[in-house]
Ligand binder design. Structure first.
Ligand SMILES: Nc1nc2c(ncn2[C@@H]2O[C@H](COP(=O)(O)OP(=O)(O)OP(=O)(O)O)[C@@H](O)[C@H]2O)c(=O)[nH]1
Ligand SMILES: [Mg+2]
Length: 289
């Protein structure tokens, strides 16, 4: 992957680096501002500052080491979700409007096809005909079969049909695209809950991966999105999109710390290959190179 693309994007730690290379380190307090501007939660920033002071850290190398260790340990995840693609698993992509769900479906298909998985798309966004068309174009480009419904159809019924088809077809992975929805709209959250119940008629919870797709530019509001989608769906992680933009991904620290939700993938462009599995160590170390 092109490191310059990602490097440009990870502004919260980029800013820290810039701070250390330009600022007079005697003014360690201004680091606080840098961390806050990067959308790191206030309580987390407070405790980091406290720690730096207690440890009497006053130079770039020590501070970078300390922050690196902290972010790697906070963002790492030890669960074995990679085993999920043993057979007949479902990834359901949810999130607010325009966060990148449909393009992420294409990217995941590209990613998992490389390891020979047989994949099916289900076009669960029936609100707009254009949404299904968009996924159809990706299906063609990535060579993936797609099940779709009529515009305005109940998304659960399309998903029921899609999974019935999938059961007969020996698929390894079914990727469900859903309509964008704001986490505060109760009727839409009830709809997504119903969609999940439909999926669970076909598979066990352990084989269902509801991933919240978050635009990395969202800022602090992404915590609320994660909290509310998680309450309704028991998410298994996040996918952070648009990392090629000037994003402030700092809120992923609080999301992991308080909700236990790790980032699973990051995306950094509009092409199917612009996806990478999230690796906390690589992610953080790249910033301090
Ligand atoms: N630069 C960049 N653009 C992205 C990325 N992911 C998605 N996009 C763009 O963001 C826009 C929205 O992406 P979609 O995949 O349509 O988002 P969505 O969540 O499906 O949108 P709705 O279905 O309307 O809720 C499109 O123009 C995508 O090309 C990314 O990683 N980088
Ligand atoms: Mg979409």
């Amino acid at each position: 992957m092109d490191r310059t693309v990602i490097k440009k994007s990870i502004s919260f730690l980029d800013k820290i680096k810039n701070f250390f290379s330009s600022a007079d380190f005697t003014e360690i307090e201004s680091l606080e501002q840098v961390l806050l501007e990067a959308d790191i939660d206030v309580a987390i920033v407070d405790s980091l500052m406290e720690n730096l002071k207690n440890k009497k850290i006053n130079n770039y190398n020590d501070a970078a080491e300390f922050l690196k260790k902290y972010f790697i340990s906070e963002l790492s995840d030890t669960d074995t979700y990679d085993n999920f693609l043993t057979s007949f698993s479902v990834i359901m992509l949810v999130g607010i409007n325009g966060s990148g769900k449909t393009t992420t479906a294409a990217k995941l298909a590209y990613f998992f096809k490389k390891s020979g998985k047989k994949i099916l798309f289900i076009a669960g966004d029936t609100f707009r005909a254009a949404a299904t068309q968009q996924l159809e174009i990706w299906a063609e480009k990535t060579g993936v079969e797609i099940i779709k419904g009529r515009e305005g159809a109940d998304p659960s019924s399309v998903i029921f049909d899609g999974l019935s088809h999938a059961k007969k077809g020996n698929y390894d992975l079914i990727i469900i695209d859903t309509a964008g929805r704001v986490h505060t709209k109760q009727n839409l959250m009830a709809e997504i809950e119903k969609i999940k119940r439909t999926v669970l008629k076909f598979i066990d919870e352990k084989n269902l991966f509801c991933f919240l797709v978050i635009d990395a530019n969202t800022g602090k509001n992404s915590f609320n999105q994660a909290k509310m989608f998680n309450e309704v769906l028991k998410l298994k992680g996040l996918i952070l999109t648009k990392m090629d933009s000037n994003s402030k991904a700092g809120s992923i620290v609080k999301i992991k710390k308080e909700l236990g939700l790790p980032v699973r993938f990051i995306t950094f462009g509009e092409k199917p290959e612009d996806i990478e599995k999230f690796n906390a160590k690589d992610f953080v170390e790249r910033l301090f190179e």
